[in-house]
Design a protein around this ligand. Sequence first.
Ligand SMILES: *Cc1c(COP(=O)(O)O)cnc(C)c1O
Length: 249
Amino acid sequence: MTPTTWTSPISSSENLSDRLESVRAGITDAAASAGRSAESITTVVITKFQPASLIIDLAHLGVRDFGENRHQEAQAKAAELADLGLTWHFVGQVQGKKARAVRTYASVIHSVDRTSLVNALSSPALTSSAPSSSAAPEVSGVDCFIQVNLTDDPARGGVAPAGLEPLVDDVLSAPGLRLLGLMAVAPLGEEPRRAFARVRALHEGLRRMAPGATALSMGMSGDYRDAILEGATHLRIGTAITGNRPDHG
Ligand SMILES: *Cc1c(COP(=O)(O)O)cnc(C)c1O
């Protein structure tokens, strides 16, 4: 006799939508515990090492914000998927000589951490007095976060908390940069909630200098609930949504 039911192989895109739904539910939950609205939180899905096809699947599931951490990969994906109208976030360390190229596709740079990078990203066109025969030069600004390093290891990227104030001044006076707020990665070996509370305190100091810089980019797959409890407005979530990365865990 024939079986009355059969189980179809679960396609990877069904898994993808399940994972996305479960993270969305986790965000709604944590936001409710924090007395915040989930709508005030932007989820940037980090797709480093993932194929463009996965980004297309996520776009069909309603995701608009994507993040990458390596320039060449990000540039190629942004070009290939240009007609989807996605918003690209750059979350990795930016080499000075790549800064202007990153600006051409990234709407938001989460990892501004030094004055030389601020200078490389800013728009001389806004202050240039050189005569130009062309029409308006391309001077659309870029949104940025200052990344704070919560470890003692400078290789981790981010400015040390002690260097934050002068860097804020530099960003605020740089043409073409809009300061959204602070970004941080919780260090290994510290409770994420405590680390995020430190960032929150630094952010309060920042807002006295820059009242408009209200955003906080923090929270990844393993710690986004803690980040929401400490005021995160931008989560950067990779594997909890995408599944494991094809290489480089
Ligand atoms: C990879 C990455 C993430 C996402 O990490 P998951 O653990 O996969 O969620 C977030 N932020 C930065 C800066 C990253 O490089």
